[in-house]
Write a protein of this length. Structure first.
Length: 523
């Protein structure tokens, strides 16, 4: 087939191969470039042969490339789309619209594409540009499983004023009965099937499953009405340990902790409806609630190793009392005591001569007072007043975080957790082996079995604790809030304001949000 023939060249095609013969010595590469714009189906693949033909003015046909198809159809790997590229020139397309349209339908038919045809506007189509000519209906993934849990007590302090007296009140502990509903999971749903361009059904993905996170020692799953329902194995209080819902043992002391009870150490939550007497201690793994209106007077230690501490009536510590919480502390007032929390400390009215350390320290913005003592927070301190008119030394320190050290700590913890996790499957295999022996175990084997179980359970606890610490560090690293000390009413002279390594002693009363600006403390 002759593609182009004139006084200068002969361009021909044979079995898809394109040849050129030079008839005139004046023919050059620039003229050939103009020729390719006219014949858009010409694909030059042998540029060296073309160059030699032009330089040597060869009269014999020389192969320089190929004559590609009028159009090309490509089908996506998932069979959901078909792409068409037309290689004819713009003029040819406009002059042969009916032919091009017929050829498109023919190509689709040959490929058995029956669904989702998408017409293209041939009046605006561009040579060599790819267009979608068929598109399937994608399947719709099913809804993910939905999990809901019993709401825990909203541990949010409320400072109220009834015109007569101020008081600090909270709904701190939610008690539940055996068999109580703790939560439920609606299973993942089926999706809607799709159709590919060949008219074939495309199966839909089931929605993602979401596990119910709970302590298997205190709760169990049961199927009810097409849902997985979580119920309590025992009575107690709802709690959360390392992100896992649990029903904790609940010890209620109707009166005071003192001579009759002795010091209390309990694996669960403790609710003291009276007070903790001078010199006595309360230590619990869960939440600790001291509900007597008179508060705590010179108690030695009140501590929660995994939860929060709430003291309704405040503390008169006499420089003896110490309160520690793995999470938060909620207290009416703090007088000559030490408070330490890994998360936040909320104080209703005032602190006097106390040492307090937490991630954030909050006093009431309208009338909360910090008088004397030392406040140490990682992120922020908020109060209405600091110091007093006698210029009592009051230290307010926001330390900030060292991201490099925290990141390194998280890496070390992660490596430690991986080592423990690698050890757990070995212990699990040993436990399974012992179980296969059933009632044939010797005394020594029974002892080894119990020791292995104990070690395995201990590793589980350690992994959860390390993971919780890693998550706490990551949470701190994600925080973007600026480090600040906010005194809303009056910061008296004698107040020491420190952010990071920058500090200043106030010489006169002021107020505001103190922070680092342009590298300096804005006091």
């Amino acid at each position: 087939m002759i593609i182009e023939k004139n006084d200068e060249i002969t361009l021909s095609e044979e079995n898809g191969r394109v040849f050129i013969a030079i008839n005139n010595d004046g023919y050059n590469l620039k003229k050939f470039d103009e020729l390719t714009r006219k014949h858009t189906r010409l694909k030059v693949s042998n540029f060296l042969a073309l160059k030699k033909a032009l330089e040597n003015k060869s009269h014999d046909p020389i192969e320089i490339g190929s004559w590609i198809e009028s159009m090309e159809l490509v089908i996506s790997a998932d069979k959901m789309e078909a792409f068409l590229t037309i290689y004819e020139s713009q003029n040819y397309i406009q002059e042969n619209l009916a032919e091009i349209h017929t050829n498109i339908q023919k190509v689709l038919q040959e490929q058995r594409i029956t669904y989702g045809h998408k017409p293209i506007d041939l009046l605006t189509v561009k040579t060599g540009k790819t267009y979608i000519v068929a598109k399937g209906l994608p399947p719709q993934k099913g809804e993910d499983a939905k999990v809901t849990y019993l709401n825990q007590a909203e541990k949010k302090p409320l400072v109220k004023d009834d015109g007569k007296a101020d008081f600090f009140d909270m709904n701190f502990i939610v008690e539940i009965k055996e068999g109580s509903w703790l939560g439920e999971k609606t299973p993942p749903q089926k999706g809607v099937e799709g159709i590919n361009i060949f008219g074939e059904t495309v199966p839909a993905e089931l929605g993602d499953d979401v596990p119910l996170k709970y302590d298997m020692k205190s709760a169990y799953e049961v199927e009810e009405g097409g849902k997985t329902v979580l119920r309590s194995k025992t009575k107690g209080v709802i709690g959360e340990v390392n992100g896992v819902l649990s029903v904790q043992k609940h010890l209620v002391i109707d009166g005071d902790v003192g001579l009759e009870t002795g010091n209390l150490t309990f694996d669960g939550s403790i609710q003291v409806k009276g007070t903790v007497m001078a010199g006595y201690s309360v230590i619990a793994s869960g939440d600790v609630s001291i509900e007597g209106k008179e508060g705590v007077n010179a108690a030695e230690l009140i501590k929660s190793t995994e939860g929060d501490v709430f003291i309704k009536g405040g503390i008169f510590g006499r420089s003896v009392t110490k309160v520690e919480a793995h999470k938060n502390i909620y207290i009416k007032h703090a007088n000559e005591c030490t408070l330490e929390a890994k998360e936040n400390i909320y104080i209703g009215f005032y602190t006097l001569g106390s040492t307090i350390a937490a991630n954030q320290i909050f006093l009431d913005e309208r009338k909360g007072k910090i008088i004397g003592g030392k406040m140490m927070a990682i992120n922020s301190i908020t109060a209405a007043y600091s110091g007093n008119s006698l210029e009592r030394k009051t230290e307010l320190i926001v330390q900030g975080i060292d991201r490099k050290i925290l990141t390194e700590n998280a890496k070390v913890k992660a490596e430690e957790m991986i080592k423990l996790q690698e050890e757990m499957p070995k212990l699990s295999d040993q436990i399974s082996h012992f179980k296969q022996l059933n009632n044939t175990m010797t005394v020594q084997q029974i002892a080894a079995y119990e020791q292995t179980k104990q070690k395995y359970n201990q590793l589980q606890v350690e992994v959860k604790e390390i993971d919780a610490e890693i998550q706490r560090i990551l949470k701190m690293l994600r925080q973007t809030s600026s480090y600040h000390i906010h005194i809303t009413k009056e910061a008296n002279a004698g107040t020491i304001i420190q952010i990071g390594y920058k500090s200043s002693v106030l010489s006169s009363a002021t107020k505001g949000k103190f922070k680092i600006e342009n590298g300096e403390l804005n006091v």
